[in-house]
Structures are given as C-alpha cells and as structure tokens.
Design a protein around this ligand. Sequence first.
Ligand SMILES: [Mg+2]
Length: 265
Amino acid sequence: MQLIHIKALILDMDGVLWKADAPIGDLAEIFARVRAQGLKFVFATNNGTRTVDQYVQRMKGFGVEVEPWQVVTSAQGVAHLVAQKFPSGSKIFVVGEDGVRHSLEERGFEIVPVERAPEAQALVMGIERSITFQKVVEATLLVQNGAPFYATNPDKTFPTPRGEIPGAGAWLSVIITATNVEPIIAGKPSPHLMEIALERLGTTKAETLVVGDRLETDIAAGQAVGCPTALVLSGVSSRGEAEAWTPAMDVIAEDLSTLIELLKA
Ligand SMILES: [Mg+2]
C-alpha cells in the first residue's frame, strides 16, 4: 500500500503508547514527529476504565498535549449505544470504573448501586478492579430476566509489564457462561469506535491508518470499517500471529516510533 497517502492516525493506547504505567519510547519526541509530518490523530481505546480527561492528563504527563476530542473510549462508545435505546434518566446497573460511569452520567443515566440492581433497565459491563461476587450475581440475574447486556470491550487480556492479566472479555465470559447471552459490544472489533473517530478527524477511510497491537480487536476493527491498518509489535500480538492473519494488514512495525518513520513521505 502507499503509506504516503496517510493523513491521519487512529491509535490504540495500551500496548501502543504504554504498557501499564511504562511508556513505549519517548512519547513527546514521537508525537513531535507525528505533528511535524502533518498527521492528525485520534486515540481510540477499548479500555473504558479511565475518563477522557484522565487520558488527556496522562498524555500531558508524558509531554504530549492532546485535546479531549482526540480521545474516543469504549466507555463513550457504550454510552452512545445505550442512549440509542434508552432515554436519559433510565436506570443502569454498571460493572465498571470511572470511565463508564462518567460517560453514562454525562448522558443523564442514573447508575443504581448494587443493592438496587434489580431496578435497572440494562446492564453495562467493563472491567472493574473491585468486582465482587454480589455484583456478578446481580448482573447475571438482570440478564437472565431479559435486561439488555452492553459491554465496553471484548479484550480477553490486558498487557502489563509482568504479562497478560484478565481483561474485560475474561469477566464478560462469566456472565455469558451463566446466561447464554452475548453482550452488545461497543469496543473493537466492532467498527463503532472507528466510526466515531473518523467523524472527529474528518478524513476519508483510505487516508486514515488504524494502528494497534492486537489483531482480533484493533486490526479487525480497522478492517471492518475499511481503513488501512498497521500492527505494532510492542503489545499483545506477535509477528508470527500477524503474518498468519487474513486478510493481511498493510504494515507491521516494531513500535509506534518505527511506524511514524515509515510514514515519512
Ligand atoms: Mg492495545
């Protein structure tokens, strides 16, 4: 493919920019080059635990100034999906963290505590690091009773410097196993976040490169929406897995720094 036609990037975060708290390369220097090359960019992450503002602050901490419009999270995506079906003020039971809670509250939904979970009209689930058995029970009963089951993302694991720890998908599987109901997923590989990102960038699909570290979410979502795709090897998927993936992605690079160099006209 002709990388010189690329005018914008949709970037995954975990495994592309950082692993847990450790940045992958000198992010300030990398994004200075991105800007110098005239590339627009939006981050699209399946990680729904943090709010947009928390991501903006995090990037600032790494010396990169970004605007809130440049961050699309699966928490925003899931709130967007819920709002297509339920009016503001509807009661929602959430298994999730700040990102999901904030996005739902922003749209006027009432998040019910676990003691009042049976009142909820829908379940929204992501990863919650303080998950309890009681919350899993209430979530299961809601879905068994027919409440729509929404999820931020299906990632089975989450990259950390020590290895892969259980991601939202691993926790979703508990509810899926107990209910035989599959969730409606906002995050990648659904093209939903890509569509929101493209709308914000204002670029065409052909000139927008989707960059990620995980084949079955990032690359699949980019391919689903019809953008060129690039896999970086700094996160979850290996070169061997990438080479076996069909249809083939457009670029495989060691990391984001190397990829930006390849995009030089
Ligand atoms: Mg990732």
